[in-house]
Design a binder for this molecule. Structure first.
Ligand SMILES: [Fe+2]
Length: 342
């Protein structure tokens, strides 16, 4: 709520954002510059009344993708208000809510495409809507309208992106790189594994914040750390190395720290970077991990001292592997020795 205080003006951009793409971001940026609004508020729709029968992606995925896409722009905010509300989401209710959490004198704009203008009269309480906000009508190819802000015409649609993914076609340069990764990782992996990946991303982000690591790098490494986990590999312990190779080839990731964090997230190794340790520990402690006796202590140490956390986590992991009668990776043993003596 704090982010809605002390603002002179905001503009709201609603949508399903399934997924968010450069067309959405270009509209947001054009409005911000043209109207000088302080913040653009992206509101992913809950259950829109006009899309009753549509198959909309999981709301958390749409929210996560928007967060990834907007994280680097301090003028962009994402609101969960429609996602967290039960029942249909009516625009008038959403704007009333946003108005209630802003200062009284905050100017509220609502962004709509020129194609939507003729439909407003069919919405819930259109007169009330016009009282509580000002519309900004943005251009849409083929929909002439008066008083329209001409925005860059980016001919991309979320449904076209979803279809391209289903058909195995590329979506690069249609949406931000981290959203592209999110879409593909979700497409390729089972929902159980994908949930683990998203949880690992959340934990990595939190640890990155605590330790001053680059959050974007942590998110990308976490998203890709198990990308090869469900592939039939001769040595499954190598799934990190294979995933790093795929990250390079499929997504053009060349940042060596990200690639190492992916490569060594299962075995560990001596003298790991801060990012490598964060991904290793986040993978072991994300919120859905079945409880094991060392879990709480690793979580606690991960927040205060990454090296101590590594020593404790490696020892727990190696003991667990031994108890299952499996071979221990030599790098893991080297890493344990390194961190125990650090
Ligand atoms: Fe993992």
């Amino acid at each position: 709520m704090e982010e809605f205080k002390n603002l002179k003006s905001i503009a709201i951009l609603g949508g399903t954002f399934d997924p968010v793409h450069y067309g959405h971001l270009a509209i947001a940026e054009a409005v911000r510059k043209e109207y000088g609004v302080e913040k653009i508020v992206f509101i992913p729709s809950g259950q829109p009344p006009h899309k009753k029968d549509m198959d909309i992606s999981n709301k958390e995925d749409r929210y996560n993708m928007l967060k990834l896409a907007t994280a680097n722009n301090p003028h962009f905010i994402v609101s969960r208000c429609e996602l967290d509300r039960d029942g249909y989401s009516y625009t008038v209710d959403t704007i009333e809510y946003i108005k209630s959490i802003c200062d009284d004198n905050t100017k509220i704009y609502f962004i709509i495409g020129a194609d939507i203008v003729p439909k407003i009269s069919t919405w819930k309480e259109p007169e009330r809507l016009k009282e509580i906000c000002d519309f900004i009508i943005v251009s849409r190819p083929g929909f002439p309208a008066n008083n329209t802000l001409i925005v860059p015409s980016v001919d991309i649609s979320s449904s076209a992106i979803r279809n391209r993914v289903k058909e195995g076609k590329g979506i690069k340069y249609l949406l931000p790189p981290d959203v592209e990764i999110y879409v593909y990782v979700k497409h390729k992996l089972s929902s159980k594994k994908f949930t683990h990946i998203v949880n690992t991303m959340e934990t990595s982000r939190n640890l990155a914040l605590v330790h001053g690591e680059d959050i974007k790098k942590a998110e990308i490494a976490a998203l890709l750390h198990d990308y090869a986990k469900e592939m039939p590999l001769e040595h499954p312990i190598n799934h990190g190395i294979v995933a790093a190779e795929m990250a390079r080839n499929e997504f053009g990731i060349y940042d060596i720290d990200i690639l190492n964090a992916i490569s060594y997230h299962t075995t560990g190794r001596p003298n790991m970077s801060r990012l490598e340790k964060i991904i290793f520990l986040a993978d072991m402690t994300e919120k859905n991990r079945p409880n094991y006796k060392e879990l709480e202590e690793i979580k606690k140490l991960a927040k205060s001292d990454l090296d101590k956390a590594m020593a404790f986590a490696l020892s727990a992991k190696i003991e667990f592997t031994k108890s299952k009668g499996k071979d221990i990776h030599p790098l893991g043993l080297e890493a344990l020795k390194y961190y125990e003596n650090k």
